[in-house]
Design a protein around this ligand. Structure first.
Ligand SMILES: [Mg+2]
Length: 144
């Protein structure tokens, strides 16, 4: 696990992926597209977040969450995935940990599933294609 010391102060700005005690926020990234998991991981790690796990479908995501718990602060959850979709995985993760912080990653045109996810307990959502600013903004909102 990385600490504050791994981010030398090139400037004085504190990495936003680090909590007030200087510990990186730990993120599990769930998406069946390797392109998207790489993209999210790159955005988050560049800001000091710690990507502690990656899963390629909802079932694997659920299993990884249970494995990592309680050492996981946030999940990014794709909606459309094989084996178990993101909405079902969200449901099961919340069943397991009612305080889970999950941000849904949605393709365009999935408003109904996004709404459903927010009702189930997702903290926020991001619509693809992923925009760096939006990813960071929504993830930080979900961590508040
Ligand atoms: Mg997908």
């Amino acid at each position: 696990m990385r600490t504050k010391q791994d981010f030398p102060s090139i400037n004085e700005r504190q990495a936003i992926g680090v909590n007030p005690e200087g510990r990186p926020y730990r993120v599990l990234v769930v998406d069946d597209s390797m392109f998207v998991t790489k993209q999210i991981s790159q955005i988050l790690t560049s800001e000091g977040f710690d990507v502690v796990g990656v899963a390629g479908n909802g079932l694997e995501g659920l299993e990884k969450y249970k494995e990592l718990f309680p050492n996981v602060d946030l999940v990014t959850m794709d909606i459309t995935m094989p084996k178990m979709d993101g909405v079902s995985a969200l449901e099961k993760i919340i069943e397991f940990d009612k305080n889970a912080r999950v941000v849904m990653i949605s393709a365009l045109g999935k408003q109904d599933l996004v709404k459903k996810s927010l009702l189930i307990g997702a903290k926020n959502y991001i619509v693809k294609p992923l925009d760096r600013k939006k990813v960071l903004e929504r993830v930080l909102l979900a961590l508040k």
